[in-house]
Write a protein that binds this ligand. Structure first.
Ligand code: GUN
Length: 293
């Protein structure tokens, strides 16, 4: 059996069409505005931020990009966040992570107005998410849920195994999938670096979500026949002949796709969904500020 390929590129395209229409319809009331703030020159972060701005522009969202040098002080970054908290044209503030070591990430995320926190990283939004209340959902977990739902994958009652316990992906996706909600109601196991017998868990997964940040970590002998695999990993493993970064997921795609019922590729899987959910949150925020939602 060869797996159905779950295309994030195609699913994201459909959602972006919906958003573009919505932005056009909102135009005489509010123009959604997003600012991305990048500190330093990490190449992966640079390419993510560029992709976010390009997508915003294509959808008619007003987008500003601020790039600061790696030596920027915590104080200056806090002042910049505060400036955008008070800017009426801006409905979404995104500070790209990771930040340089001398800056306290939690302090910066705490400083963002929760109503403009389109990343869903502010403790207020994390708390609301865990309680199942209305909030901005973090973009990658939200993208994973949308991808499962729009691909017709049944999550209710499914054994979902998540590998990786980051605040950005592992913890929130595990939490969302156990909730009473669309693409939820699953029985969730979260594995991490201290898990005693990883294979025991991955082999019994109906849906396996991998966000470990280790290239090709999950092999075919670690999954069961018919599993649905969502690969969140984006690992740079070299450069292509044209000089572009060569990417690999956390799952060994070629071998695992022979056993899986469905699998997301890297690139073209979860990545495009993350950016699209950021746009969705930004449009939602603009509507809330305009009293339209
Ligand atoms: N770094 C990696 N993923 C993300 C993300 O979704 N948002 C931000 N702000 N930084 C990231």
């Amino acid at each position: 059996m060869s797996a159905k390929i779950i295309s994030g590129t195609e699913t994201a395209k459909a959602i972006k069409e919906e958003l573009k229409k919505e932005v056009a319809e909102l135009a005489d009331k509010v123009v959604p505005g997003l600012v991305t703030i990048l500190v330093g020159e990490d190449p992966a972060s640079q390419s993510y931020v560029a992709a976010k701005n390009k997508t915003a522009h294509a959808l008619g969202i007003h987008s500003e990009q601020v790039t600061l040098d790696a030596e920027t002080s915590e104080e200056d970054l806090l002042a910049l966040v505060e400036k955008y908290n008070n800017d009426d044209k801006i409905h979404g503030i995104l500070v790209q992570l990771p930040l340089p070591k001398h800056i306290d990430e939690a302090k910066i995320l705490n400083a963002i107005n929760p109503d403009k926190d389109v990343d869903g990283f502010h403790p207020v939004n994390v708390g609301r998410m865990v309680l199942g209340e209305q909030c901005f959902l973090p973009c990658t977990p939200h993208g994973v849920l949308e991808l499962l739902q729009r691909s017709g994958v049944e999550t209710s009652g499914a054994e979902v195994v998540v590998v990786g316990r980051s605040n950005i992906v592992g913890k929130p996706v595990a939490n969302l999938m156990l909730q009473k909600r669309d693409a939820g109601n699953a029985t969730v196991t979260l594995c991490h670096t201290r898990t005693k017998d990883m294979d025991f868990h991955t082999k019994r997964a109906d849906i396996l979500i991998v966000a470990a940040g280790v290239a090709n970590m999950i092999k075919a002998d670690q999954v069961k026949e018919g599993v649905v695999v969502i690969d969140v990993g984006v690992n740079r493993i070299g450069v292509t002949e044209s000089g572009k970064a060569k990417l690999a997921g956390d799952v060994e795609f070629e071998s695992v796709k022979e056993k899986a019922a469905a699998i997301t590729p890297v690139p073209g899987g979860v990545g495009p969904m993350t950016i699209t959910m950021l746009m969705k949150n930004t449009v939602q925020s603009a509507k809330q500020f305009a009293g339209l939602a």
